[in-house]
Ligand binder design. Sequence first.
Ligand code: G1P
Length: 278
Amino acid sequence: MIKKAVITAAGLGTRFLPITKAQPKEMLPVVHKPVIQYVVEEVYLSGIKELVIVTGRHKRAVEDHVDGYIGKKENEYVNDFERVLEAMNIFFVRQKEQRGLGDAVRYAEAFVGDDPFALLLGDNITIPNCTEILIDIFEELGAPVVAIEKVSIERARHRGIIKGRKIKEDVYLIEDMFEKPERPISNLGIIGRYVLTPDVFNYLRETEPGYAGEIQLTDALRNMVLDGKEIYGYLYPGRRFDIGNKIDWFKANIELGLRDEEIGKELREWIHKVKGYL
Ligand code: G1P
């Protein structure tokens, strides 16, 4: 059983400047809620109640959103989230300096202890809940699982990429992996959802700076694979939006907006009308 989750929300959001000059990218709105709310709700809906969020400088708004109660029950998005916050134990830890995702994950070591844990990147939304599926796969296979999706070669250069042997429908045994490779070895890109075992911390400790001079989680996982440890890739069939990327943020708002009960109909009519002007 997975009882603990880690969300990383320490990245600077450079691709979003100047929007992220004074607010974290995790607070960008997607239809009715900021991105971090989707991610915390994903953890809760996966049956996990113990959560640590790794933040950093300029992330106070994330903490205020996640531990602050509004009190006044304004609407369902407030009420639902307050119920989630009520049921969970949420801790915060701050990354001291920007040294990469692998370094950010290390800050969760004391919280994780000897337990397997779910890891969610705080700037990604998955619909339906990817973490819940990864937990099932972890329980079945008894080894770490990394969610992946098929990407274009252009996008593959901006992702972690895995090479693996398909062992069954949508599941690969990972043979090698690279962070943001110049020449991608496959089109299977990592999407920011993982279930990991605590031995990853031993590897993170030994991992040298890699891509962009930062400590990369992908490099630590690669070293585990090269040491003969089993790690699986799960080809997630759902919708995943990388909010660290401007176009994906727009797409998330449009796609989820179109599906939304409250604004979907009007948005559809408006898009139809606007298409006429362009
Ligand atoms: C991180 C990971 C990368 C993964 C990506 C998914 O990179 O390092 O392996 O493919 O998230 O969003 P980032 O986009 O934070 O640079």
